[in-house]
Design a protein around this ligand. Sequence first.
Ligand code: GLP
Length: 251
Amino acid sequence: MSWTLRCFDDGRTLGAAAAEHARGILRSIQETREARIIAATGSAQFCFLEALTSGSGVDWTRVEMFHLDEYIGLSADHPASFRRFLQEHLIRPTGMTRVHLLDGDADPEDVCSRVGRELQSAPIDLAFVGIGENGHLAFNDPPADFLTERPYIVVTLDDVCRRQQVGEGWFDTLDDVPRRAISMSVRQILEAREIICIVPEARKAQALRASLTSPVSPAIPASILRTHPRVTFYVDRESSALLPPELVGGE
Ligand code: GLP
């Protein structure tokens, strides 16, 4: 088994441990060079990003950041915009300046190619990801495209995914949730040298069990993370409740 699972009592201790892990990786990279990372958005990232940005030891002026996804047709100041999420929870708290934000207002294919070129101009050291309630990775809903080598693609969101966004309080109604988005492709995510996957909360228990125990398949997009040589899943008691006991230790 190339992947590691770390289980914590709650989202706060999970977030603190994942943040310490991430800072350790960034500190060691920065001994010799700049670091390139992929950031995730979504409520599962709150505790992690708060712990990551309030800790010390990382020179954020030497971190270049890309992110996983953004809605098409949502303005950057909309409360559910992932650009706004990153400004509030990562960019402003750290003062990082080398950021590549996905412009959901511009022509999506232009954004995919332009930011994709910048992304592929050098290796990615570390990716932060989450898993959707439908098992999606970024906005790669099931059945996900495991083959495209394009770094970013335009996707159509399924209703389970869109309902998740309403359930989390990002939108009032399903009709308010955009139907299309820009998403980093699955293969591009797997290009990262190391992946930290943050999965707290009971609403993720079924998707997590499927991702860790079912055969790797486009029907469970996050299941492909198990094929990556260096991925750590950070889970809590609630999200890991359906996992076979032999998989879950405890910290
Ligand atoms: C969201 C995002 C993903 C995120 C996942 C989990 O919709 N598209 O990038 O990792 O679904 O979201 P959350 O953290 O809100 O549970």
